[in-house]
Design a protein. Structure first.
Ligand SMILES: O=C(O)CCC(=O)C(=O)O
Ligand SMILES: [Fe+2]
Length: 284
């Protein structure tokens, strides 16, 4: 088909131009989009005025949308495949469970046996200023490590534990049943992207507690160094949302971060995002 595209930044991201996600897409078009996604990490589709079913249908070209135990609150009442990320209060006046989602660099569902492949986030409402999301290319970050560092950590694993995640200090506590569904799990520090074969840094400051076989104190400087390497400004793209942007990230090679860059105490600053999530495979 020959997609029309333009880069969003040098290290990461591609805007797909003149594209309507609601069309029926050929296998060639989907293969081309998938290739762009794997190689550029993030795809942006602007001006997509879509229903939740159109969002879900487009997502289904890229894989299954299973239930993830960590995403059982704030699901859309009409279809559980849509997860709602918002700062808008619940009908009963209580705070939204997802209002501070993603306030630290992370890779989604990295604590699961099969972390998700990617997510498609659709912007419904956005404050006039701020509400941005940042994305970083974890393959480029790996490439820039010295050979000494690569050798030191090759084959090593780190522990990912959602139950220790920073965000839960602020949220209502998860139930014992929810915690039992997401036990701590070890994942490779350096992951291989299953489609491009590129190596990447697969640790992040949200849920990674320590390196397997080391104490938390010993692990901390190494994990901090790797986190800084992933998130350095030169390696990122900062997305300023417009309503009806649809953004698709490859969760296997991209980390992302939603800073609190607007006044959340001002209730007129409404931010509403709908997300679908695609099944992934075990990290190696
Ligand atoms: O709200 C955002 O911009 C991103 C939140 C997030 O981390 C996610 O949807 O996975
Ligand atoms: Fe996220």
């Amino acid at each position: 088909m020959g997609l029309k595209t333009r880069p969003l930044s040098w290290p990461i991201g591609e805007e797909i131009l003149d594209f309507d996600i609601r069309d029926d897409h050929s296998a060639e078009t989907i293969a081309e989009l998938r290739d762009k996604l794997c190689n550029r990490g993030v795809l942006l589709f602007r001006n997509q005025d879509i229903t939740i079913q159109e969002h879900i249908k487009f997502t289904s070209y890229f894989g299954d949308q299973p239930f993830f135990p960590a995403l059982q609150r704030n699901l859309h009442p009409e279809d559980r495949r849509i997860w709602i990320v918002t700062n808008i209060r619940n009908d009963d006046g209580s705070e939204s469970y997802t209002r501070n989602t993603g306030r630290i660099w992370h890779s989604d569902q990295s604590f699961m046996p099969e972390p998700c492949m990617g997510s498609l986030l659709h912007c419904k409402e956005m404050p006039p200023v701020g509400g941005d999301t940042l994305f970083a290319n974890a393959c480029v970050a790996y490439d820039q490590l010295s050979n000494g560092m690569k050798k030191l950590l090759e084959g090593k694993r780190a522990i990912h534990d959602l139950n220790q995640a920073s965000v839960y200090k602020e949220r209502p506590p998860r139930t014992a049943e929810e915690e039992a569904q997401t036990p701590a799990r070890s994942q490779p520090i350096f992951r291989t992207h299953p489609e491009t074969g590129r190596k990447l840094i697969f640790v992040h400051p949200d849920v990674v507690t320590h390196i397997e076989g080391m104490t938390k104190e010993e692990s901390r400087p190494i994990l901090d160094y790797l986190a800084a390497q992933v998130s350095k400004v030169e390696n990122t793209y900062r997305h300023q949302w417009q309503v009806n942007d649809l953004l698709f990230w490859d969760n296997r090679c991209v980390q992302h971060y939603a800073p609190l860059d607007y006044d959340q105490s001002d209730r007129s600053n409404r931010r509403l995002m709908y997300r679908t999530t695609i099944a992934g495979t075990a990290a190696y």
